[in-house]
Write a protein that binds this ligand. Structure first.
Ligand code: FES
Length: 125
């Protein structure tokens, strides 16, 4: 059975990624988007589960919610990333799509340590 080895990869000093900002990094030939949403950090694979689009290059936005007919409101501003290819929307915190939460993009754990932001990656060996 393969052993999963977890590795912390430094992204940047925490103050280089302000709330509302994101950056895309490459780790071991894998593109990953790192987001600051209201002071909390999240990391998603930059690979949309719909058709492989560069999800994390999409607009960070909110979403329209209709709680009842003709009552549409704008909610969750800054918590959603919209894929640039076909506009699927994903919750940045969970990686799940808004319209079908059974579909999701891979997420990575983020760690803040000594003023620096890291993400945890894993590899089998
Ligand atoms: S590839 Fe992302 S919505 Fe289609």
């Amino acid at each position: 059975m393969d052993e999963i080895v977890k590795e912390l990869v430094e992204i940047c000093p925490v103050d280089e990624l302000e709330p509302g900002q994101s950056k895309i990094i490459d780790i071991n030939n894998r593109s990953i988007g790192v987001f600051n949403v209201g002071g909390n950090f999240f990391a998603l694979a930059n690979l949309c589960p719909h058709a492989g689009g560069p999800l994390c290059k999409g607009q960070v936005t909110g979403t329209s919610v209709a709680d009842k007919p003709y009552a549409v409101s704008w909610q969750r501003s800054g918590e959603i990333v919209r894929c640039p290819w076909h506009s699927w929307e994903f919750d940045i915190a969970t990686g799940k799509t808004l319209t079908d939460p059974t579909r999701s993009v891979r997420t990575f754990k983020t760690v803040v340590k000594n003023g620096h932001l890291y993400i945890e990656t894993g590899a089998s060996r």
